[in-house]
Design a protein around this ligand. Structure first.
Ligand SMILES: NC(=O)c1ccc[n+]([C@@H]2O[C@H](COP(=O)([O-])OP(=O)(O)OC[C@H]3O[C@@H](n4cnc5c(N)ncnc54)[C@H](OP(=O)(O)O)[C@@H]3O)[C@@H](O)[C@H]2O)c1
Length: 306
């Protein structure tokens, strides 16, 4: 019997790299997908083979391009002859950099020039939504084919799982990342639609919605400066401080391994499908009431100031 196979998009970095490590630890053969990080991907594959004794291959594909998601899944299936878990994880933030200075361009939403508005939205829709949508569709097709073949051979179809890494940004309000939130919220709908097609073939389809995770994605400057040093905090540092200040129930942000544990668990649950589950340390629970002192003091401060 061959090992089960797990394919993870964007597994050359951050959350995806931790996810492939966790599946390899549990005896899965792995397909790592990268875009710009071929060397990082090869190094991860080598480590998985050595430390966990599983097979691991790397396939480069820019999933923002029309046919690349289809090619990625087809190549993975052609290589291993099976697909048990497919995880759509590749993603980018909507922010664009100034071509001359390399600095992030920030506009308030209502002041954003039309061309910038369109480019930010296109950046995230091309990868986060369309790339993931095509990847999910082709993965589901292969999984249904495998299930049908098992049935024809007189076996019950084994449990297979499709998981989308979306984000709590689907609901978290933030005017500078509306396009990102739109891409993730759109993908959530594809998840609940696909669940009904996969169900009769024993394929579960879910979304894992991380809160803030310390990865290269959140190491970009946040626009907020440390009042003591004047240095700009990264996004991860800003949310880390907010967490310490009570913005979420667990007062720290996640490490990639925290999300990998959840991703593995969700794909092993045979009777959960069509669910959009937050793994966010309680970020989306936070309202005014748990932090009433903070908001009360701020309200008093503003009233005095005005
Ligand atoms: N970090 C967070 O706080 C957080 C929170 C909620 C949701 N998420 C989601 O989690 C996922 C992983 O994010 P991360 O934080 O781990 O970010 P990351 O470290 O920046 O990793 C992003 C991954 O996506 C890949 N990628 C980028 N552009 C691609 C393209 N055009 N085609 C194929 N792959 C591409 C990258 O590949 P290369 O490096 O090889 O180019 C990399 O492997 C994303 O979908 C993100 O939206 C993250």
């Amino acid at each position: 019997m061959s090992n089960p196979v797990c394919l993870v998009t964007g597994s050359s970095s951050g959350i995806g790299a931790a996810v492939v490590d966790h599946f390899a630890r549990h005896g899965y053969d792995i397909v790592i997908n990268y875009n710009s990080g071929q060397d990082r991907a090869e190094a991860i594959a080598g480590r998985l083979r050595q430390e966990h004794g599983v097979r691991a291959i790397c396939i480069g594909a820019n999933l923002a391009e029309r046919d690349e998601s289809f090619r990625l899944v087809d190549e993975a299936v052609a290589h291993y002859g099976r697909l048990d878990v497919a995880i759509s994880n590749s993603g980018v933030a909507n922010y664009l950099k100034d071509e001359q200075t390399g600095e992030l361009i920030r506009h308030r939403f209502h002041e954003c020039p039309p061309e910038h508005l369109d480019r930010e939205m296109a950046r995230v829709l091309d990868l986060n939504l369309m790339g993931a949508y095509r990847f999910g569709q082709r993965s589901l097709k292969h999984m249904i084919d495998f299930a049908s073949a098992q049935r024809q051979a007189g076996e019950e179809p084994s449990h297979r799982s499709l998981l989308f890494i979306t984000s709590v940004s689907d609901v978290a309000p933030e005017a500078t990342r509306i396009p990102y939130g739109v891409s993730k919220a759109g993908l959530n709908h594809a998840v609940i639609g696909a669940a009904f097609e996969g169900g009769p073939h024993n394929i579960t389809t879910n979304a894992l919605r991380p809160g803030v995770v310390d990865t290269p994605l959140t190491s970009r400057p946040s626009g907020i400066t440390d009042p003591e040093t004047g240095d700009e905090f990264t996004v991860a540092e800003t949310y880390g401080l907010m967490a310490e200040g009570g913005s979420q129930a667990l007062p720290w942000i996640a490490e990639p391994g925290d999300i990998a544990v959840a991703a593995y668990a969700f794909t092993q649950i045979p009777y959960m499908t069509g669910q959009l589950v937050a793994v966010d340390g309680g970020f989306t629970l936070a309202g005014g009431f748990p932090n009433r002192e903070l908001f009360l003091n701020e309200g008093l401060r503003r009233r005095q100031r005005d």
